[in-house]
Ligand binder design. Structure first.
Ligand code: PHB
Length: 387
């Protein structure tokens, strides 16, 4: 009895020590190059949730150590090493991009540091290479395109032209689309990551005369592709579809009215109706003076997921098994409404069709039209044997 009481006293002492010391979280994001706006959205969403929780997560102070990966895997790897060896972080969050994630994950997971993605959800880490220390609170890359594949398949559209950036997320996105769309692929084209002039590709699309185009681009690439597609006069002739990333609040300011009426598939939209999302969008607008994108939304959710998990272990992340379990089972109010993690630690979530239109204030928003898929799980979860 005495020894049990002693253990209990020590546990409570060590919890108190953790609570006082707080938790260090490394945040690797892209703050330069054509996708810098995405990195800002992620950081702003993450910080907003911390502010909302009084500067704490799970009742303990958190210190966020931010690193700009500049979109370069080598830089990201060095940042991860520094955050682990020098800063002593217990959790690393970020990054925007899947090629960066694939570069940093081995370093972080080998050190038994928790890696919680706010954005990148590469297929490689969703199946056989799933890991007890790895969590994705955003999306698996294939899934939003799967929803659009399903939608266009059901609509009976025949002959779609696929185009995307040539890197891991781009390849996952088109793979996802093809998994559900069986109406014939006119062509599948990959352009170098960072390319900003699409004149040659758009000329080829025009010549191929597909019924529709499905494109995955993000940030500055999405702005330029969409703008140039519209300027070529193709918007009306050959409808342009994409996952939300191709046409969201990071893209609208650059394309203007050219995007009006276009459709995307998404797990979240600024107009998605639920009390948590209404409050988040209002809070984000008042803090930053702009409408949040899906990146800010998933980062906000990620911080709230960590908030619930840290509360469960009272801020003590030293018992890694207990903290891992706490992330797996964390319950929080998601801006997405329903949200849960599957057995591979990737989200199971609903997907919607949304359309670009102007709201009452004349600002471009994604208006939710219908739900395409309910509780959708990625195609790789079955290959994951969580060890
Ligand atoms: C990714 O690289 O995983 C990625 C980046 C931007 C997106 C979507 C996926 O919009």
């Amino acid at each position: 009895m005495r020894s049990l009481a002693l253990v209990a006293a020590l546990v409570s002492l060590s919890n108190a020590a953790w609570a006082a010391e707080g938790v260090k979280i490394g945040f690797i994001t892209t703050q330069s190059g054509p996708t810098a706006a995405l990195g800002t959205e992620l950081l702003d969403g993450f910080n907003l949730a911390i502010k909302h929780n009084g500067g704490k997560l799970g009742g303990v102070p958190v210190e966020i150590i931010v690193g700009d990966d500049q979109g370069k895997p080598d830089v990201a790897r060095q940042l991860a090493e520094k955050m682990i060896d020098h800063d002593g972080v217990s959790i690393i969050s970020g990054p925007v991009h899947s090629n960066i994630m694939l570069a940093v994950a081995p370093v972080i997971l080998k050190a038994n540091v928790f890696l919680v993605s706010v954005s990148a959800g590469p297929s490689q880490l969703a199946g056989k290479q799933c890991n007890p220390y790895f969590f994705v609170a955003s999306w698996q890359n294939d899934t939003a395109p799967e929803a659009m594949g399903e939608y266009l398949q059901n609509k009976g559209v025949q002959g779609v032209y696929l185009i995307s950036s040539n890197y891991p997320a781009g390849r996952d996105m088109l793979t996802g689309f093809k998994r559900y769309y069986k109406g014939g692929i006119v062509d599948e084209v990959y352009t170098p990551f960072g390319q900003l002039d699409y004149a040659a590709e758009i000329a080829k699309i025009r010549a191929a005369k597909p019924s529709a185009v499905f494109a995955f681009y993000s940030g500055g690439m999405a702005v330029n592709f969409t703008k140039q597609y519209a300027e070529a006069g193709l918007m009306k002739e050959i409808p342009l579809y994409g996952p939300v990333f191709s046409l969201d609040q990071t893209v609208f300011p650059g394309v203007g009215d050219a995007a009006l009426g276009a459709y995307v598939s998404t797990f979240w939209a600024e107009t998605l109706k639920n009390p948590t999302n209404d409050a988040f969008v209002a809070e984000f607008r008042s803090a930053y003076g702009r409408i949040p994108s899906e990146y800010a939304a998933t980062a906000y959710d990620t911080a709230n997921l960590l908030n619930a998990a840290l509360a469960e272990v009272k801020g003590n992340v030293s018992d890694k098994q207990a903290f891992g379990k706490a992330i797996e089972t964390a319950k929080f109010d998601s801006v997405r409404g329903t949200f849960k993690l599957g057995p591979n630690h990737f989200p199971i979530q609903d997907f919607y069709l949304a359309q670009a239109e102007k709201d009452a204030k004349g600002q471009m928003v994604l208006e939710v039209r219908e739900r395409i898929m309910k509780d959708h799980q990625d195609a790789y979860a079955g290959q994951c044997e969580m060890k």
